[in-house]
Design a protein around this ligand. Sequence first.
Ligand SMILES: Cc1cc2nc3c(=O)[nH]c(=O)nc-3n(C[C@H](O)[C@H](O)[C@H](O)COP(=O)(O)OP(=O)(O)OC[C@H]3O[C@@H](n4cnc5c(N)ncnc54)[C@H](O)[C@@H]3O)c2cc1C
Length: 224
Amino acid sequence: MEHIVKLLSVTEVTHDVLSFRLSKPAGYEFLPGQATEISINDPEWKDEKRPFTFTGLNEWPWLELTIKIYTDHQGVTQEMARLQQGDELIIRDAWGAIAFNGDGYFIAGGAGITPFIAILRQLHHEKKARQNKLFFFNKTLRDIILKDELTWMLGENVHFMFTREGGSSPSDGRIGHVNEFFLKQEVKDFSKPFYVCGPEKMVNEITSLLAEMGVKAEYLIFEK
Ligand SMILES: Cc1cc2nc3c(=O)[nH]c(=O)nc-3n(C[C@H](O)[C@H](O)[C@H](O)COP(=O)(O)OP(=O)(O)OC[C@H]3O[C@@H](n4cnc5c(N)ncnc54)[C@H](O)[C@@H]3O)c2cc1C
């Protein structure tokens, strides 16, 4: 089902990520981790649907999206960055495979953090976030989405990792990629759920590796 919603406000999250606050249709619901197909309600753009994840809490009276803007070509995100308060978007029903299925390990790359923002905010709200661990991979320090809030929610259980030199300092994070050595070092219990979201190649590599290391298929949670 389609709903027309209004843009209430836009705030900057990082140099290329914006947070959009949208009006919420009466009775609209999503599970933390779910996304919806979105388009801009304008004759030129309304058929250009793209998936984005709700990052707010269900009980908030508005909807929130956290979106990485690609300025290298004229796509939907570049157009969304131009929207003004009061402009309209079309949202559809919420869907998605990423949902909380017990305490475990979250591994995110870049904008792949968005379903985990929703899940971790909900867990934090229930005072349960710190029973989980987050490994958050970004190119450099300035690319980290909601660094302060994630640190506040997870304390010592958040680990910021950088894939490119030059953006980190020893107190802020480490350079690295996920490989068998990394997982053996960082993971104490492979019988827990693993939540993985990020670029497709990263998700494929990590989920294959975790499966080889004995993680049960039902505990590998990612967008298929
Ligand atoms: C289930 C799901 C949930 C998602 N949730 C979120 C979310 O919450 N937040 C978020 O930021 N993203 C999210 N995404 C990703 C998001 O859908 C894409 O970033 C978005 O569709 C990009 O739309 P676009 O029209 O701007 O770019 P598209 O045209 O769709 O291009 C996407 C990619 O291709 C590259 N590309 C395409 N054409 C060109 C070109 N001509 N020149 C250079 N590069 C090009 C872009 O750099 C980009 O990497 C989600 C994806 C899925 C599947």
